[in-house]
Design a protein around this ligand. Sequence first.
Ligand SMILES: [Cu+2]
Length: 459
Amino acid sequence: MNHRRSFFRSVLGFAAGSAALSRVARGQQSAAAAQPNMGGAVRVVTPDIDDLPFTMDGSVKVFHLTAEPVKQTVVPGRTLDLWGFNGSAPGPTIQATEGDRIRIVFDNHLPEPTGIHWHGLELPIDMDGVPGVSQNLTMPGGRFVYEFDLHQNGTFFYHSHMAMQEMVGMLGGFIILPKTPYAPRADKDFLFALQEYAVLPNSTIPNSMNMEFNWLTLNGKAGPACTPLIVKQGERVRIRIVNLGMDHHPVHLHGFTFWETGREGARQPEAIWPRGNTTLVGVAQARDIEFVADRMGDWMLHCHLPHHMMNQMSSNVGPMTRLGQGMRAGASMEEAMGMLRDGNATAQNKGPSLGRGLGIGATAEMAQANGMQGMNMPAMPKSADQVPLFPQDAYMESPMMAMDKAVERPETYGLPAGWSGFIGGMMTLVRVMPAEQYEKILELKAKQRAQAGREGRIQ
Ligand SMILES: [Cu+2]
């Protein structure tokens, strides 16, 4: 799968790289000029996720989509075993234009049957991708060819129509650009897919039955590993957000009052665009927001649920959080899920209680500080464990927990030292900058691509 992904990346990377370089050379601002077949609209960028490439068969755009187990690195050092498409979860973004006929050759490389649903598309019933109802299951090793016309435009997505498969990553963006660009035109157009996983300590596999989540991702990355959005001062920015998880996410933008211009299924008439700074992206929904980035700064864009701004949350209980011990072999699923039937959650023989308040036993959780035991912080008082709730943000989010170097890339150029210690979960930055800094970052990106090309490794 990695081989295939790097092949796609090299094809795409080369094309995108040379287009970007020539745009810079010509001083052009619009990506549309370098992207044929996109109806003149600015191509949508999905930070940290590739586009799905296509070839033409006559007038049909042909995509190849493969469901498969993937290794998704959510932050440096934490790689989850998920199910996704073509090497990532979420899968690569499909982009096409209103009026296109598309063919998606779908291969199932998962160990269980599946079927792919095109969420929100108006298409013939036998293309709707509901196994057992509108089509046969696509078995492991099997293939199904979807083909249909696109007469809508807007923000859509594709996903497995098997509920538990959705919960381990099987989602991807599906953008249908309008024949005529929306007015007013956007200079930048971004897409984020919201996903959530419950991964118990010492595991890399999400527990799809859990109801509380400790990895919250934007395009498969948790903050601070999400690539910031780079915007030139004065540009009009569109951000599209899709959600396929168990929770609704109130997504908040700092510094700007946006218009909500679209939702799943369609762009909305301008007369009813609500203004605001927070939009609730419900499960199975999409929201498009637009604003004019007229104020410089590194502005936060994030889900505002407090636990969704954190990484790897779990209660500090049970043997798994203590060095040298782990979950005992043969422990029951209930214990693994933190649903205790007897005793208390901090007893030595219990697994971690990931779900605070989950199950009857959780009420017996012992009063204690939330400190990470064994962590030696220079400034931490010796009596930390005796102070109720200490430390909450004091040490979980701080420059001491920063990983600036590990998440460094051209788009983080110029951020203040320690910035990464204050960003987790579904959090990223919209960086509105003067033209010189913007050009500098493009230059760094071109250098990075050239370096990767020389080393036979494409970013
Ligand atoms: Cu959230």
